[in-house]
Design a protein. Structure first.
Length: 144
């Protein structure tokens, strides 16, 4: 499905964040992730803030929603399917791989979205900032 305007870009950003929140929350409850729990709980707090940022950005720039068309940008390459079975009793390595893939995907999405929406500088900056937060999660994951 194409992301054709400001609203669709931010709606999908919220979807990505909610999916990351769901995955991270479920993994944080797993026994195999006991030593990662503190880090995962911080990620959960960060993701909740990201959702608020996306919602605030959409609200504050609602007048721009219809005005700025976006070309050649689709959801398909950013849609990650995580089966419930992957979240049930994963090994520590499997959990880390899932969390890492969520963060890499979000970082890539925000970088591309910021480029596509550069005509709206405030929105582009917000998207770049969200991407940097996911990059920080990746750096933290590299230390465990």
């Amino acid at each position: 499905m194409p992301l054709i305007n400001f609203g669709s870009v931010l709606n999908f950003a919220e979807t990505l964040e909610n999916n990351a929140l769901d995955v991270t929350t479920k993994l944080s409850r797993q026994d195999a992730c006991a030593d990662l729990r503190e880090m995962l709980e911080q990620f959960i707090r960060d993701i909740r803030k990201n959702i608020q940022t996306v919602q605030r950005t959409r609200r504050e720039n609602v007048t721009e929603m219809i005005l700025e068309p976006i070309k050649d940008f689709t959801r398909a390459s950013f849609e990650l399917e995580v089966a419930d079975s992957e979240l049930e009793n994963p090994t520590r390595e499997q959990a880390l791989k899932l969390i890492r893939s969520q963060a890499q995907n979000a970082e890539r999405y925000y970088a591309e979205a910021a480029g596509k929406i550069k005509a709206l500088p405030e929105v582009s900056r917000a998207l770049k900032s969200l991407g940097k937060k996911h990059a920080a999660h990746l750096r933290k994951l590299d230390t465990v």
